[in-house]
Design a binder for this molecule. Structure first.
Ligand SMILES: NC(=O)c1ccc[n+]([C@@H]2O[C@H](COP(=O)([O-])OP(=O)(O)OC[C@H]3O[C@@H](n4cnc5c(N)ncnc54)[C@H](O)[C@@H]3O)[C@@H](O)[C@H]2O)c1
Length: 262
């Protein structure tokens, strides 16, 4: 548990499945955590689940609103006295065929998944530089590395977030800022709950994943903590796929007589 001189992390989407596990894992690493989300009930659930402590604080904010987004780092600094780590984890996803996707859906997805991480980074970085450095971890997706059907806005936003990660690393690395990303594969969360009721879909996930399974939110949180920590002190501009090997290549079980499908 973090003490008064521990590092401070701001985690967006902290009310969600992956965000709450990131908060738990950062806290377990001794980091104080600012939980941010638009959904106040979800924020309260995460805070209750993590348990009491003055190393945690909740901040309601709608990341679709630039003014609220840009104001978050200062709210966190006012509360904790500093901000060392930003985890851009909040995200939304539309699963709509390209030709049915409206410009409004496109813009909303890009606003939350790409514009907000930019606005937050821009607001957080000057204070980080002033205090001697900082770390940013962006939660992208394997859909930002490979194209997926019916996810034009989501895949485009996550691909943009991967490039924002690299530009931030290149532009701010000489000022003590490290910026990296994780690109999760299929994680069992409410966002993907519809997958797990269908035998066809779970078989398809297994068929595409060399490790033959999907993962839980904690398996995303642990690489995020690594990227925030001293063991990653020379890691900058990296994108770590956390997808069981999905985007490493084509699993291609049907091309080989060897693997037996269960
Ligand atoms: N679940 C997966 O399989 C998966 C795979 C790859 C990447 N991801 C990414 O991981 C991240 C977390 O996803 P999750 O599965 O935990 O989803 P989730 O829906 O459980 O959590 C997302 C959180 O973001 C918050 N949020 C949404 N819009 C917001 C806004 N305007 N302002 C503030 N907060 C807002 C939601 O309230 C929610 O608490 C997302 O960026 C997602 O794209 C998830």
């Amino acid at each position: 548990m973090g003490t008064a001189d521990s590092e401070v992390a701001l985690v967006t989407g902290a009310g969600g499945a992956i965000g709450s596990e990131i908060c738990r894992a950062l806290r377990a690493a001794g980091i104080r955590v600012a939980l941010a989300d638009v959904d106040e009930a979800a924020l309260e659930r995460t805070a209750a689940d993590l348990g009491p402590g003055d190393d945690l604080a909740s901040f309601a904010a709608d990341l679709a609103d630039d003014r609220q987004t840009a104001g978050l780092p200062d709210r966190v600094r006012e509360h904790f006295g500093g901000l060392d780590i930003l985890v851009n984890n909040a995200g939304v996803r539309e699963v709509v065929p390209l030709l049915d996707l409206t410009p409004g859906q496109w813009r909303r997805t890009l606003d939350i998944d790409l514009v907000a991480p930019f606005v937050l980074s821009r607001a957080a970085i000057p204070g980080m530089i002033a205090q001697g450095g900082g770390k940013i971890v962006n939660v992208a997706s394997m859909a930002g590395l490979s194209a997926f059907r019916d996810r034009a806005a989501y895949s485009s936003a996550k691909a943009g977030l991967i490039m924002l990660t690299k530009v931030t690393a290149v532009e701010c690395g000489d000022q003590g800022i490290r910026c990296n990303a994780v690109a999760p594969g299929v994680v069992e969360t409410p966002m993907t709950s519809s997958f797990f009721g269908s035998a066809d879909l779970t078989a398809s996930i297994r068929a595409n994943t060399p490790m033959r399974r999907w993962c839980g939110p904690a398996e995303i949180a642990e690489p995020v903590v690594f990227l925030c920590g001293p063991q990653a002190r020379f890691v900058n501009g990296a994108v770590i796929p956390v997808d069981g090997g999905w985007t490493a290549g084509y699993y291609g079980a049907e091309l080989s007589p060897r693997p037996k499908e269960s």
